[in-house]
Design a protein around this ligand. Structure first.
Ligand code: G3P
Length: 218
């Protein structure tokens, strides 16, 4: 299972990259807007830090505009993945980008039929947004389970990239369902490493070890 970091913040990406756990990065216009820097500059810098897929989202709403943006972004680095919204015009652009051999991530996926359409058009990734479903009292992971079943029924190569992950349970459930990728904020990545019993256990071991050293038996 791949871990992507869902951020446009360079400091977070640098820190997470130190763990060696980051297989890629996803960004979106909202995340980019928090940084107060040029989009292309951010993407270029991320590509220098992370050797893996980097999703950069187009903001046009017509296919021609999306394609123009996509070709421009794809020039930045070979790892750039063009993130396209799941709308009709987006699907026209997707078909062309698939033909061009450019990697794509279809975003804002909220139904299994949307995922099926994107897979048929050759998307590299589909991004179901689980947290936003949970926000409205619908179980987001049910969508991931449906997509996983559909993709395996037909051997689609499109990868399921679970997005809008808000907590460690989302990562656990995505892994149990066999999702290819989970993208998460830095805070969730850190939570994956933590368990209170680990901390308590380590504190006890170190305290006991003090007895060994103070007795000169180390
Ligand atoms: O990048 C898309 C996605 O992960 C957004 O997450 O928390 O804004 O729903 P969120």
């Amino acid at each position: 299972m791949k871990f992507f970091l869902d951020t446009a913040n360079i400091d977070e990406i640098r820190e997470a990259a130190e763990y060696g756990l980051i297989d890629g990065v996803t960004t979106n216009p909202s995340l980019v807007s928090k940084e107060g820097r040029s989009f292309k500059e951010i993407i270029t810098e991320i590509a220098r830090i992370v050797d893996g897929p980097i999703s950069a989202e187009v903001v046009s709403t017509d296919a021609a505009g999306m394609l123009a943006e996509a070709y421009d972004l794809a020039k930045i680095h070979e790892n750039i993945v063009i993130k396209i919204p799941m709308i009709k015009e987006g699907m026209k652009a997707l078909k062309q980008l698939t033909a061009d051999g450019i990697h794509t991530n279809v975003t804002l996926v909220f139904s299994s039929n949307q995922a099926l359409v994107a897979a048929k058009l050759g998307a590299t990734y589909v991004s179901p947004f689980v947290g936003r479903f949970d926000d409205i009292s619908q179980v987001g992971m049910e969508l991931v389970a449906d997509i996983a079943q559909i993709f395996s029924n037909y051997d689609f190569e499109t990868q399921i990239l679970v997005a809008s992950c808000r907590n460690p349970l989302h990562i656990r459930e995505a892994a149990l369902l066999g999702a290819h990728v989970a993208t998460m904020p830095y805070s969730v990545l850190e939570q994956l490493l933590k368990h209170p019993l680990t901390d308590i256990g380590l504190a006890r071991f170190l305290k006991d070890w003090e007895k060994v050293t103070s007795a000169g038996k180390a």
